[in-house]
Design a protein around this ligand. Structure first.
Ligand SMILES: [Zn+2]
Length: 275
C-alpha cells in the first residue's frame, strides 16, 4: 500500500473514531428501603418517554406494581416505577432487571383526519423507494414508514407542525448492519395528538432545528444523508405512538400531492410532486 493510500485509510479510521457512542435518553436509580428495592427512572430529554421494566432474572421476588411494568415519564422528571420485595423473606431471593424506552406517551392517539405535507420543496418530485410494509425494513414497529428518494444534502421540510423533541446529528456514517441501528441522525417532532413524527438519516451536522423548538409544516428541519441503518441517501419518515417501552404503533398516513384534490396514500415505486 502506498503512503497516500495508507493516509486515506488512516483518515477513514479517524472519522470512524470521531462518531460518538449512543447516549441513553433515560437512566435508572434504585433505593434500598425496608428490605426492598425502589426503582426510579429519570428522563433527561424534554419530551415524554415511555419506559418498561422487565426482570431478566427473578427468584422469590415480586414487583409492586407487577413487573413487567410500563409508565410514561414526563420530560426532565424522575418517576417511581416499581418496588421489588421478596415473596417469602425466609427463603433466598435475587433479581436482575432491564429497562427499555420509546419516545412519546402511552396516551397518544393519531388524529386520522390529518393530511400530511410532502417533506420537500414545492414543485419538486420524489419517489417512494420503500413504502408501507416494505420488505427491506418496514416491518413490525415501522410497518407504516416511508422512504423518500432524497439525494444527499437535499432540504428536508416538516410534514406536519409540532414541537421538536429530540435531535441527533453527530453521526457521519451509515450501513445496512445492526451496528448502525442506534447511530442515526434524526429529528423527532411531537404533534398535537401526542404522536411522534420521526425523520431519519440526516447528514453529519445536517439538522437545522433544536430541541424544544416549535415548527410549522414546510419549515426546513435539515439536510438528508445516509447515516444510521441505511444503504444509501434517502429520507425515512414514520409517524407513531408507543404501546410500551418495546413496541410502537405506526400509522398509515396520507399526503397532499400535486394533481390530486383528495389525500393520497403513497405507494412504493410511485413518484409524487409537492404542490
Ligand atoms: Zn425506512
Amino acid at each position: 500500500m502506498s503512503f497516500k493510500r495508507w493516509l486515506v485509510a488512516a483518515l477513514l479510521v479517524a472519522v470512524a473514531w470521531a462518531d460518538p457512542e449512543p447516549v441513553d435518553p433515560v437512566t435508572y436509580r434504585q433505593v434500598e428501603r425496608n428490605g426492598g428495592t425502589d426503582i426510579y427512572i429519570f428522563n433527561r430529554l424534554g419530551c415524554d418517554m415511555t419506559v418498561t421494566i422487565e426482570f431478566t432474572e427473578n427468584q422469590n421476588v415480586r414487583g409492586t406494581p407487577p413487573i413487567p411494568c410500563s409508565k410514561t415519564v414526563p420530560g426532565h422528571q424522575e418517576v417511581f416505577m416499581t418496588r421489588v420485595t421478596s415473596i417469602d423473606p425466609r427463603q433466598a431471593w435475587k433479581f436482575r432487571y432491564s429497562y427499555f424506552w420509546n419516545y412519546g406517551s402511552l396516551e397518544a392517539h393519531h388524529d386520522d383526519s390529518v393530511v400530511y405535507s410532502l417533506p420537500y420543496a414545492s414543485g419538486s418530485s420524489m419517489s417512494i423507494i420503500q413504502g408501507f410494509h416494505g420488505q427491506f425494513s418496514h416491518t413490525g414497529d415501522d410497518e407504516y414508514a416511508l422512504d423518500f428518494s432524497f439525494a444527499s444534502g437535499t432540504p428536508v421540510l416538516a410534514a406536519r407542525e409540532g414541537v421538536v423533541v429530540s435531535v441527533e446529528e453527530r453521526y457521519s456514517q451509515g450501513g445496512a448492519t445492526p451496528y448502525f441501528r442506534t447511530r442515526v441522525n434524526a429529528v423527532r417532532i411531537r404533534h398535537s395528538d401526542g404522536t411522534i413524527g420521526e425523520y431519519d438519516h440526516f447528514r453529519l451536522n445536517g439538522v437545522e432545528v433544536e430541541e424544544g423548538q416549535t415548527v410549522r409544516r414546510g419549515d426546513l428541519i435539515g439536510y438528508s444523508g445516509s447515516t444510521g441503518f441505511s444503504s444509501g441517501p434517502h429520507l425515512h419518515f414514520c409517524v407513531y405512538s408507543t404501546y410500551d417501552g418495546h413496541r410502537r404503533h405506526s400509522y398509515p398516513i396520507r399526503f397532499q400531492v400535486a394533481g390530486s384534490p383528495a389525500p393520497v396514500e403513497l405507494q412504493q415505486g410511485g413518484r409524487y410532486a409537492a404542490p
